[in-house]
Ligand binder design. Structure first.
Ligand code: NAD
Ligand code: DAU
Length: 370
């Protein structure tokens, strides 16, 4: 039995990972640490918290005293760091918070882990580590910058972040790499492409579009809609992370991607088509509509002012994780997008809950300017 500290476990990917671990492995006990920012929602994982195999602690990854207390109380073996400010548009408005959480939070977690996990020194003065410990940094393909029409990001692509968000994630990666080199710190990193699936906060493209379609609101497409993202179903990402935590080589970076490039405008059109199709096939879904079914059409698409510094294209080459660890994406996009949209149609209570705070204010501030 190993005890995992899962940070950011009440957010989108972290909560999916918590559910995946609890349902797939008997040899793990989880401590979820989450500050419950606007992006975290305790209700998302409340059924998973049982105070036996899964504990929840509300708190900040930057809080050294709290993180120390967690290592002492729970004897943490593995840290999987999802906690972050994750939305590029918000990083353009308020970069500082991104630097604090994403960089200093990462450094704080590693420093506490270092104190608890070190077992001694080798002949060259490097720290030695308990064999069962592991730190895993959940990173992003955005650290590699932006691609033109051709090519893929590999693990050796130079780092070239272009937004405050991606600069903060890149800085965190560099701190992790520095600990690996300097202390032989037992860490791994994964850099993943865009995720989609259940529990995705509706500030991000796909859940925002679904939410707006259901109320007949305009669907904001930045620029000309030709920017490309490489979409991966969230559970496939969770599986990749767990494979790296268990079998990945210490010190290594693994790229994770869906081999599923789509222009934003294609995503928006597919989402409109799929919502309509599901509504027609299963008329009971129409009960969640706040508009007439006939309004759900491409006419809702509204091209708006582009994101500042908008990266043109991301595309991951996942050959390394495939050849070393046998990982491949399992969920074809056509299947994943239907599953996702069904989930949203059936969980409007969750959407209401997570958008009940400042969401409306955020939305107006962000989109009325465009
Ligand atoms: P999210 O915004 O949905 O969730 C982030 C979670 O972290 C929230 O629950 C929030 O409350 C928590 N959090 C924020 N600041 C915190 C702090 N200081 N202390 C403790 N908890 C804090 O994000 P997500 O989309 O689930 O992303 C998770 C991780 O995966 C991030 O590190 C992100 O950079 C990375 N990532 C995301 C994607 C994607 O497509 N969403 C792709 C690749 C990598
Ligand atoms: O690539 C991985 C990254 O994917 C993660 O590291 C980030 O945490 C995650 O938020 C995501 O970043 P993106 O900026 O790619 O995701 P977002 O959903 O915000 O936007 C996807 C694309 O859609 C992007 O090209 C911008 C565009 N977009 C987004 C929104 C919110 C629109 O056209 N309209 C919108 O309203």
């Amino acid at each position: 039995m190993k005890t995992y500290l899962v940070t950011g476990g009440a957010g989108f990917i972290g909560s999916n990972y918590v559910k995946y671990l609890l349902s797939s492995f008997d040899d793990v006990r989880l401590v979820v640490l989450d500050a419950l920012t606007y992006a975290g929602n305790l209700g998302t994982i409340s059924k998973d918290i049982d105070e036996k195999r899964c504990f929840f602690v509300k708190g900040d990854i930057c809080d050294a005293v709290l993180v120390d207390e967690l290592f002492k109380t729970y004897a943490i073996d593995v840290v999987v760091n999802f906690a972050a400010e994750s939305h590029v548009d918000r990083s353009i408005e308020n970069p500082r918070l991104f630097l604090e959480t994403n960089i200093m939070g990462t450094q704080n977690l590693m420093d506490v882990a270092r104190r608890y996990w070190v077992t001694g020194k080798d002949a060259n003065g490097y720290p030695t580590w308990s064999p069962q410990v592991r730190y895993h940094q959940v990173s992003t393909d955005e650290v590699y910058g932006s691609l033109g029409a051709e090519g893929f990001f590999t693990e050796t692509t130079p780092l070239d972040p272009r937004s405050p968000y991606s600069a903060s994630k890149t800085s965190a990666d560099l701190i992790v790499k520095a600990y690996i080199e300097t202390y032989h710190f037992p860490a791994t990193l994964t850099r993943c492409s865009n995720n989609y699936g259940p529990y995705h906060f509706p500030e991000k493209l796909i859940p925002l579009i679904i939410r707006n379609i259901l109320s007949g609101k305009p669907l904001p497409v930045y620029g000309d809609g030709t920017n490309v993202r490489d979409w991966l179903y969230v559970e496939d990402h969770c599986k990749a992370i767990e494979l790296v935590v268990r079998k990945g080589r210490v010190g290594e970076v693994y790229n994770v991607g869906g081999h599923n490039e789509k222009q934003n405008i294609e995503i928006v059109r597919m989402t409109i088509d799929t919502v309509r199709q599901l509504m027609e096939e299963q008329p009971e879904y129409q009960s969640v509509l706040k508009t007439d079914l006939s309004n759900i059409s491409y006419d809702l698409i509204q091209y708006v002012r582009d994101r500042l510094g908008h990266d043109q294209r991301y595309a991951i080459d996942p050959a390394k994780i495939n050849s070393e660890l046998g990982w491949l994406p399992e969920t074809p996009f056509a299947e994943g997008i239907v599953k996702t949209i069904r989930w949203y149609l059936e969980h409007q209570d969750w959407v209401e809950e997570v958008t009940s705070g400042d969401y409306q204010k955020y939305y107006e501030q962000m989109y009325s300017k465009r």
